[in-house]
Ligand binder design. Structure first.
Ligand code: SF4
Length: 439
């Protein structure tokens, strides 16, 4: 059989490139933010943040106000009495959880989500989860993870959540043929598109983790081959490997090239031949390439600067440089996982300035000196930079929006084109941007 061969960059790209490491003040959201997309994904799970009023405000404002639906996240507020040691936090937590589960019998999986305050007072949520799980078993499973903003960035909330879920996955049959697990929360529409492509290629069975229902956890074991759909799942990957699963090395499914290489990694592992792979992927590839052409005319030659925020920066930089012709002035990432990023780094244009971690004042100075056409950064930096006349893109929007796969490639490009179009309309004499239009 003519098995599909993984693609490689013609040169080593940034595989050996030096990385500027900074350990100063950082401007990032905390891991609680992940609840916003995770509660939509796992539809019978509930996320109970054990935190302060600040945590409650963050979650509420990030999620918007939900009026018609029964919410699937809440905050158990640690108040002054708890902080002063006047109340037993564990008793109070047990009372809150009991009331919640009595009121909401639809909950099958309850996450106790730790925060900065719960960590500061050293509230042991892992013991609380075990105690409550034993009490409410078998109807409800109670797990815990930390969404604290101490030394973490916002996408690590999903990593911590999924890593906490891995021990609950059932064992797969070791004698069963290989199965594919796609790891990382994807919008349902994207998941359905990938499921169709895998089915047409004959790759499978395919499971998605996290699943849409907590009662349908995918099995895992030595016959599991997994593909990371998100680049921020280091702990989850370690937990899956400890269960015997094997990671398929691939770039991430952003843009036509990334999606093709990602699908190809699975096709190759499952013995799909080249002609079958081409037959299945070519129509979607051609559609996506044509859709990208228009965005390329808007973005080619423009420069982009990434502040470290979502951990999507390197795959996004690769997409913008290789498929849209943008130049990368700096690609900052909160953490650089060399193994998981190896295929991405190889595709990144040689000479790209890479930085890991942050010293925000220094990085702002570099950004101002580079004067890029667009800056990708967190909300805390976006407004001041806009005030200085720069064009910005909120990194968090790239995590909330379906951007993976062929059908979303042009939408992803448009997320970068739109701020430039807006800026051109506000400053019609900006050289070279007068003709931009996103309609
Ligand atoms: S977890 Fe920490 S960083 Fe996040 S909202 Fe609560 S206090 Fe703030």
């Amino acid at each position: 059989m003519n098995a599909v061969v993984p693609i490689h960059a013609l040169d080593a790209g940034c595989s050996q490139a030096p990385v500027l490491r900074e350990r100063g003040q950082r401007e990032v959201f905390c891991g609680l933010t992940g609840i916003i997309w995770l509660h939509r994904k796992i539809q019978d799970a509930f996320f109970l943040v054990v935190g302060s009023r600040t945590c409650a405000h963050l979650i509420q404002s990030a999620a918007g106000v939900m009026i018609f639906a029964e919410p699937r996240f809440a905050t158990a507020i640690i108040d002054e009495r708890d902080l002063a040691g006047l109340a037993d936090c564990n008793d109070e937590l047990d009372r809150v959880v009991t009331r919640l589960l009595q009121r909401r019998p639809d909950i099958r999986l309850l996450f106790l989500v730790g925060s900065c305050p719960s960590e500061v007072i050293k509230l042991d949520l892992s013991r609380a989860a075990q105690r409550l799980s034993a009490r409410f078993n078998p109807g409800v499973r109670v797990l815990n993870y930390s969404g604290s903003g101490i030394e973490t960035t916002f996408t690590q909330g999903e990593d911590a959540c999924l890593a906490a879920l891995v021990p609950s996955l059932p064992d797969s049959d070791p004698a069963a043929p290989p199965e594919l697990m796609v790891v990382g929360a994807l919008a349902d529409v994207v998941e359905d598109q990938f499921a169709r492509l895998f089915a047409q290629m004959g790759v499978g069975p395919v499971r998605f983790f996290p699943p849409r229902q907590a009662t349908a956890l995918p099995p895992v074991g030595p016959n599991t081959r997994f593909l990371l759909a998100q680049p921020f799942l280091a702990d989850t990957a370690v937990a899956l490997e400890a269960r015997g699963a094997r990671r398929l090395a691939a770039p991430f499914p952003l843009g036509v090239e990334g999606t093709t290489a990602w699908l190809r990694a699975a096709a190759s592992a499952f013995g799909v031949n080249q002609s079958r792979f081409d037959q299945v992927t070519t129509p979607a590839r051609e559609r996506a390439t044509a859709a990208l052409a228009r965005q390329r005319s808007l973005l080619a030659g423009r420069s982009v600067f990434f502040f470290p925020d979502s951990q999507l920066e390197i795959p996004l930089g690769r997409f913008l440089a290789r498929e849209l012709g943008m130049s990368l002035t700096e690609v900052g990432t909160p953490y650089l996982h060399r193994q998981h990023m190896a295929e991405e780094l190889a595709l990144l244009p040689a000479g790209t300035m890479l930085s890991e971690g942050q010293d925000v004042e220094r990085q702002l100075d570099r950004c101002r000196a580079a004067a890029p056409d667009i800056v990708v950064c967190g909300l805390g930096l976006a407004n001041p930079l806009e005030g200085e006349g720069m064009t910005t893109k909120w990194a968090i929007e790239l995590v909330f929006t379906p951007i993976q796969g062929y059908e979303q490639a042009a939408d992803l490009a448009e997320l970068f084109a739109r701020p430039l179009v807006r800026r051109a309309r506000l400053s019609p004499r900006t050289p070279g941007l007068e003709a931009l239009s996103c309609n």
